[in-house]
Design a protein around this ligand. Sequence first.
Ligand SMILES: C[S@@+](CC[C@H](N)C(=O)[O-])C[C@H]1O[C@@H](n2cnc3c(N)ncnc32)[C@H](O)[C@@H]1O
Length: 280
Amino acid sequence: MDPSTFDFAGYYREAARAARRPERTPEYWDARASSLSDRALDSEYVRQFVARMDFSGCSTLLDVGCGPGAVALAAAPRLAHVYGLDHSPAMLAAFEANARARGVAGATAILRSWDDDWTDVPACDIVVASRSTAVPDLEAALRKLHAMARRRVYITYPADGRLVADEARLAIGREAAPWPDYLCVVGILHHLGLHPTLDYLPGDNGLAACDDFDSFRARIERLVGGLADDEVASLAAYFAARGERAGLEPMRWARLSWEVAENPRLSPRRAGPARGASAS
Ligand SMILES: C[S@@+](CC[C@H](N)C(=O)[O-])C[C@H]1O[C@@H](n2cnc3c(N)ncnc32)[C@H](O)[C@@H]1O
């Protein structure tokens, strides 16, 4: 089969459905806003993300799924205005509080979901989606990001087929189907006529950093909800043995970026699966 004819967008949609991740509602993210705000703002991931950005010719940035604003606010000193878009009111409150705490005057929060109408969302020189691309329809999301950007787009996507929450579920013996591989992102962009640059960033895997069982258990409970007694026992065994196994290694993020000016218009959506496509 010629891989360039493979229907990556259709495959992604099927694989994301098959992974059966629990729905992440705004309320789910609201409950995580303060812990994410404590951890995400000052990390090696964010430092490297921003250090590798090209700000030339840019004065505005839109951060989609901005959370507490880790990327937007770290980039703000290089820009005139940053916009944080998120569907979680508590995340946006944290974004605004963090902007004030850092003395960033040019920061605007936008309460919006990926699926909403973005007609009134301002187009920006740079558009970012950091650790926020686990969407049901990745092709639609990438088209939307591209349409909002005047110069460049930066996104990150799990590089190892797993998310920290998946790892937590595996640790207690709950099923965790792999998330679609990041090659889907490369394939979809290729079909859209875009030529992304690809590199990798270290993940902030709080699980890997836990030294004692109580903090490890508390983190797992935050990620997956309450634990049954037998799950606590499995978790204790997992924690005791983790030095000998490959699990809980820091995860990596694939970072993909592209220049909008090279391809202001995308290839049209395909009518159906391409020759040789398979969603199984
Ligand atoms: C893992 S956090 C990443 C936050 C931030 N971008 C970072 O890198 O630290 C994912 C964020 O995406 C947001 N999000 C999830 N689904 C969303 C949706 N459908 N529409 C808008 N935002 C969404 C969540 O509320 C959360 O703030």
